[in-house]
Design a protein around this ligand. Sequence first.
Ligand code: KG4
Ligand code: ZN
Length: 367
Amino acid sequence: MKILAIETSCDDTCVALIEAVGKKQVKLNILSNVVSSQNEIHQKWGGIYPLLAKREHQRNLPLVLRKALKQGDKQGLSRIDAIAVTVGPGLEPCLWTGVNFAKGLAHNWNLPIIPINHIEAHIAANLVSVNYKSQIAQPRLAVEARQTNYKNLFPAICLVVSGGHTQLILMRDFGKYKILGETRDDAAGECFDKTARILGLGYPGGPAIAATAAKFSIHNFQFSIKLPRPMIYQKNYDFSFSGLKTAVLYKAQSTKRKALSEKFIQAMCQEIQQAIIDVLLYKTLRAAKDYNVQTIILGGGVIANKELQKQFKKKIKKEIPNSKLCIPAPNMRADNAVMIGITGYFLWLKKEIKIWKNIKAKANLRI
Ligand code: KG4
Ligand code: ZN
């Protein structure tokens, strides 16, 4: 079946067309995957303004749709079987833009709609692996199921870390989740974004901090900066990152008079990144051991962090060598509509489809 997928929960306008076949052995083709990033627009403000993002989605959606259809649907619209759209969680005005757009298409083309949870989609992005032989630039990108039977992945612990969310989720099967813990204030990505802003680095802050941290060398050791690892040893699976942000603000302010030298900023970025990785890694590992899981599944934009991936791989290999680590393919870490389409297919198999009139955006949707 062919699914047209739409994602507008945050600041990326995404449309993809995927084709999926099979039940136990799911084979997927990505026919098109178009992402229109609003980074440049939000860069000046150092963060996302929901109404500005909504206006951009409204402007971009028809263009992104046209491009996705042109790239991926050589056989014509009649062959699309369903529309999958993110209904939450996310920024309410942005979600409604995508939802209303999808409803309009479903109404006009007489297609069923599959409502998608954005967090579940970040997890589902792991249930497939990309076949790189057919290169990302090609319109037709083959994707195969990571395992012949994905069920041997469970139980799993999923760490979903993005600009809006930080959650540890116990997954017993596709559709069976229990949130073990989550952030009590800022999300990990938000902490990257806000601390980058304090240091005068660009938006989004995660890649900017990672790139600056990579320049840190032992010669900068004159700046021995120690930041807190909030809640790391508390006996729960919750997180808190606002204290880390405040600590960075105080350190930056107290150093201001001497001017924030390049080396100081490099040392600071290295420590911010390490503090966030330490907390995420420690809590994820503890949950994995407590629940004796088969797999650790990572999802969300922060997973793009190379140092985080490296440290997760190393620690899991050392401490729980029998567990698998799943990291989504590079083009499926940040927000995209392919993951929405994949989730749509799994839900289609479970017959969780709706008619367009019943679809609503829910900013605080829980998994
Ligand atoms: O999942 P995502 O694309 O959008 C949301 O649903 O929020 O995640 C975006 C977040 C941003 O906060 C961004 O700073 C962060 O992911 N991010 C990173 C990296 N690349 C993106 N954080 C750390 N290191 C990175 N390399
Ligand atoms: Zn996301």
